[in-house]
Design a protein. Structure first.
Length: 347
C-alpha cells in the first residue's frame, strides 16, 4: 500500500490533495533550485602559497592516470610524527605552509596533496571540482595515504590529519575507512545534509505560495528533496557526493579537535555542532570568536597554534614508540597491493 493511500485514510481529502500538490511542486520547482544553488561557487579569496626552499615536490599518479602534485615538508628537528594536511577548496599545495611552520619547528613532517583539477594537478575533462567533496577527491586522498605508507621513512604508527574546510571533510571521509589516520584537527569542515537542510528551510518561503504548510515540513522531507537535487548534480557532473554524516560515527574512539569560526556566514556554528555531535570518540569543539570561514588562525593566532600543537603532541607524538603496533601493511598479509596507485617522488 502506498503512502498516499495511508494518508488518505487518516487525513481529510482536501488536505491530502493540498499535500500532494505541494509535493509535486516541490519536486518540479524546488529540487531544480536546490541543484542550481548547490553548484554555485563560494565568493571568497583562496590563498596560494609559495614553495619553501627545503620542500620536497611530490608527484603521484591517480587511478585514472591523472598526475597529482603534492609537497612533503620535513620536520626541522627530530621527527615526532607525520601529518596529512587537507587543503581548502581551490588553494595550491603551498598554502599549507603558513598553517604548518610551527608544526615543522616542533618536529612534525607535513604532506599536502592537490586533488584533480586543483593547483597543478591534472583536471578531468568530464569533471569540474566544486567546494563539495566527491568520490574523486576521496580517491585522491587514498592515493596520498598510500604514498605516505610506502615512503622509505613511513611512520609505522600512522599519521595525523590537519584539514581545512573541504580538505578536512575529505580527510575525515578517508579516516573513516583507514585507521592509519590516528587523530584529526579540522577547521571549518562541512557536510552536505547538515549544510543544505537549514538553508532549504530558509529558502523555501521564496519559492512557494503555500506558506501555511512550510512550518510543518519535517527535516526528513527536506533531506529527501536535497538528495534528489544532489543525485541530479551527480549525474550531470559524473561523480558521487559521499555523506560525511554517515562517516563520522565510523571514526570510532580516535580523538578530534574541531575548530570553527563563530562568525562563519557560510557554514554556521550550529551546522558544525551537528557534525560534532556525530563523533563518538574524545572530542573538542572550539568556536573562535569573531572568526569567519577559514579565518580562525588569523583571529586567534597564537592560541590557534598552541591548541593545534598541544593536540598533536598529546595524540600523535606518542612516547614509547616500540610499544605501538605498526599500522603499515605487511607484504605477506596485504592483499591487493598491486592496486595501490603508482607513486613517484621528485625532490
Amino acid at each position: 500500500m502506498s503512502w498516499t493511500w495511508i494518508l488518505a485514510g487518516a487525513i481529510p481529502g482536501a488536505i491530502v490533495l493540498s499535500l500532494l500538490a505541494f509535493h509535486r511542486a516541490a519536486i518540479r520547482r524546488y529540487v531544480a533550485v536546490v541543484a542550481r544553488i548547490f553548484t554555485e561557487k563560494p565568493l571568497f579569496i583562496v590563498p596560494r602559497g609559495q614553495a619553501p626552499i627545503d620542500a620536497e615536490d611530490v608527484t603521484l599518479t591517480a587511478r585514472d592516470g591523472s598526475i597529482l602534485h603534492g609537497c612533503y615538508l620535513k620536520a626541522r628537528k627530530d621527527r615526532r610524527g607525520v601529518i596529512l594536511f587537507g587543503l581548502e577548496y581551490g588553494s595550491n599545495r603551498w598554502a599549507c605552509v603558513p598553517y604548518t611552520e610551527f608544526l615543522r619547528d616542533a618536529g612534525y613532517d607535513i604532506f599536502a596533496i592537490e586533488t584533480r583539477g586543483q593547483g597543478d594537478s591534472t583536471p578531468r575533462t568530464d569533471y569540474e571540482p566544486l567546494q563539495w567533496v566527491t568520490n574523486i577527491e576521496l580517491d585522491d586522498y587514498r592515493s596520498a595515504i598510500a604514498y605516505l605508507k610506502t615512503r622509505p621513512d613511513a611512520d609505522r604508527r600512522g599519521v595525523g590529519l590537519f584539514g581545512l574546510s573541504k580538505g578536512g571533510s575529505a580527510g575525515l571521509l578517508l579516516a573513516a575507512e583507514d585507521p592509519y589516520v590516528r587523530c584529526f584537527v579540522t577547521d571549518g569542515i562541512f557536510a552536505i545534509h547538515t549544510t543544505m537542510i537549514p538553508y532549504m528551510r530558509q529558502w523555501v518561503y521564496i519559492y512557494t505560495n503555500k506558506k501555511a504548510f512550510v512550518k510543518f515540513i519535517p527535516d526528513w522531507y527536506y533531506g529527501l528533496l536535497g538528495r534528489r537535487a544532489v543525485q541530479s548534480v551527480e549525474k550531470e557532473r559524473h561523480c558521487r557526493y559521499p555523506d560525511l554524516e554517515d562517516a563520522l560515527p565510523r571514526l570510532g574512539k580516535r580523538p578530534l579537535l574541531m575548530i570553527h569560526g563563530r562568525a562563519d556566514n557560510y557554514i554556521k556554528p550550529e551546522m558544525a555542532k551537528s557534525l560534532f555531535d556525530l563523533v563518538q570518540g574524545p572530542k573538542e569543539l572550539w568556536l573562535v570568536e569573531s572568526a569567519k570561514h577559514n579565518q580562525a588562525i588569523h583571529q586567534a593566532n597564537g592560541e590557534y597554534r598552541r591548541r593545534v600543537l598541544d593536540f598533536f603532541n598529546k595524540n600523535l607524538a606518542l612516547p614509547g614508540e616500540a610499544a605501538v603496533p605498526s599500522l603499515l601493511p605487511q607484504p605477506s598479509s596485504a592483499p591487493g597491493l598491486g592496486k595501490v596507485p603508482q607513486l613517484a617522488a621528485v625532490s
